[in-house]
Design a protein around this ligand. Structure first.
Ligand SMILES: [Zn+2]
Length: 475
């Protein structure tokens, strides 16, 4: 979405080419589920922008040198690379000793005291890392010139005098803009280019909620060419029927009043009061971001192409007229607010077969009800003990699906947050003994006469007792 992310990606690619130990491994589906990936593999260099690229390259080059002067192959594991309080943090460790590999590499057949070599090199790398972390506190994180730690900003950062002065000016201009909201759009047009010039050398220019709060009942909004970044969901509570983008904008584009990334691989926002009853997400869109269709109250039908591999949190929340949806077998990020507050929704169908390289393929549906799994994984209780587990989740039962009773299939282990919320037909739900977790608000806003039917002594039974649900017991 953002200039800063594009540049970051390019930098990380260069880094990986130059230094093999900086190569990031793809995080597997199971690791996501379990959360046991390394931060570096998942997020790369976090919060680091252009000015510090030289710092990280310098650090990696010295690490490489330390290995090479011992005729060793440069191999360390990277856990975390980020900026914190204006200083670089670089966490790493030695991989497990792999003497065969090292001897192979030397090819000399000589015996080596590997342990001491390793201890020795660990010590040297520790010093290299410490040195460059310290150095980062003297390098402007924006432009790479000599700088110092600035502690009087809303975030502590290292900046040179020029970037620091520019930033203060930008902040001042933005503050003025906020305090004098009248003729807001006019002001944006005249003042922003000036601010933006400055912002280019400091931080990227970002459209935030507070920038949108002033637009009142406006039906159309134009995103100016300088905008490089837009917060999620900021249009969701507006009266907009049209979101437009100045053609010179390098990061965003608008088609039929909806907001996309420049090359239309990502979908960002649908204007909530647009009157059309249907919308086709164009082919080749890969991501539908958080809150993208939030409060799109007039849409009865949304069609989603197979290319979509990601759907963000709350993407369809508050789609009051949406009757049904066909989803590709995509990888979702959604863990909460899945089709939350969609009172007309009768069915969710997962239709297409797995086509993309995305992680998904776990989603499926039966009779219009959305499920995830079963997913099998190994859970480590401690270093030695582990257990095999299966997670099979009921994600969402549509609010307007008719029928007075529903039997949750045997084998379901989890009921997601708000899974049945707002359901207005069900008078009874049968919960199998396999259920081990029921998320927050799972039965919120259901009928008052709803009965849970559960097995004696099961998790569902104690849940019903604890939450004072009307329930009955079955075998
Ligand atoms: Zn600078």
């Amino acid at each position: 979405m953002r200039r800063i992310e594009i540049v970051k990606k390019e930098f990380e690619q260069k880094l990986e080419q130059e230094f093999p130990f900086m190569r990031r491994e793809e995080v597997t589906d199971e690791q996501w589920e379990k959360g046991n990936y390394t931060r570096y593999n998942a997020y790369g260099c976090e919060g680091i922008i252009e000015g510090w690229y030289s710092v990280i390259r310098g650090l990696c080059a010295e690490i490489t040198e330390a290995f090479e002067k011992r005729s060793m192959k440069p191999e360390i594991e990277i856990h975390l690379v980020k900026e914190k309080f204006g200083i670089l943090r670089f966490y790493w460790s030695m991989p497990d000793k792999r003497p065969d590999l090292i001897i192979d590499f030397l090819g000399s057949g000589q015996s080596l005291n590997i342990a001491s070599e390793k201890d020795d090199i660990s010590q040297e790398i520790r010093e290299i890392v410490r040195k460059w972390e310290e150095k980062s506190g003297t390098v402007c994180y924006t432009c790479g010139e000599a700088g110092e730690l600035r502690k009087d900003l809303s975030w502590i950062s290292t900046m040179c005098d020029t970037c620091y002065k520019d930033l203060l000016e930008v902040k001042e201009a933005l503050r003025k803009r906020k305090e004098e909201p009248e003729s807001y759009n006019e002001k944006m047009k005249t003042e922003l280019p000036e601010i933006s010039k400055k912002a280019d050398t400091t931080r990227h220019l970002r459209l935030r909620q507070e920038d949108i709060d002033n637009i009142g009942d406006q039906e159309e909004y134009v995103i100016l060419k300088q905008i490089e970044d837009i917060d999620w969901g900021i249009f969701a509570d507006t009266a907009l029927k049209n979101i437009l983008v100045e053609p010179e904008n390098r990061y965003f584009t608008s088609v039929n009043g909806a907001l996309f990334s420049k090359y239309m691989t990502e979908f960002y926002a649908y204007p909530p009061k647009k009157e059309d009853a249907s919308f086709d997400v164009p082919d080749d869109v890969r991501k539908i971001w958080h809150d993208a269709f939030k409060n799109a109250r007039n849409l009865v039908q949304i069609s989603i192409p197979d290319s979509v591999g990601f759907i963000g949190n709350g993407a369809f929340e508050g789609c009051l007229s949406l009757v049904g949806i066909d989803l590709p077998k995509a990888w979702f990020n959604e863990r909460k607010r899945v089709f939350y507050n969609c009172p007309s929704l009768e069915y969710i169908n997962v239709t297409t077969e797995y086509k993309t390289f995305f992680y998904g393929n776990h989603y499926n549906s039966t009779d219009g009800v959305l499920f995830k799994g079963p997913i099998e994984y190994t859970r480590y209780i401690n270093r030695e003990e582990k257990e095999e587990r299966t997670e099979h989740t009921l994600m969402r039962y549509p609010e307007a699906k008719t029928g007075e009773s529903y039997v949750i299939p045997h084998g379901i282990t989890h009921i997601l947050e708000y899974a049945f919320s707002g359901q207005r037909y069900l008078k009874s739900i049968t919960l199998p003994s396999t259920v081990t977790d029921i998320g927050e608000g799972a039965f919120e806003g259901c009928r008052e006469d709803l009965q849970l039917i559960c097995c004696e002594g099961s998790y569902a039974h104690s849940f019903a007792l604890e939450h004072k649900f009307s329930h009955s017991i079955t075998d």
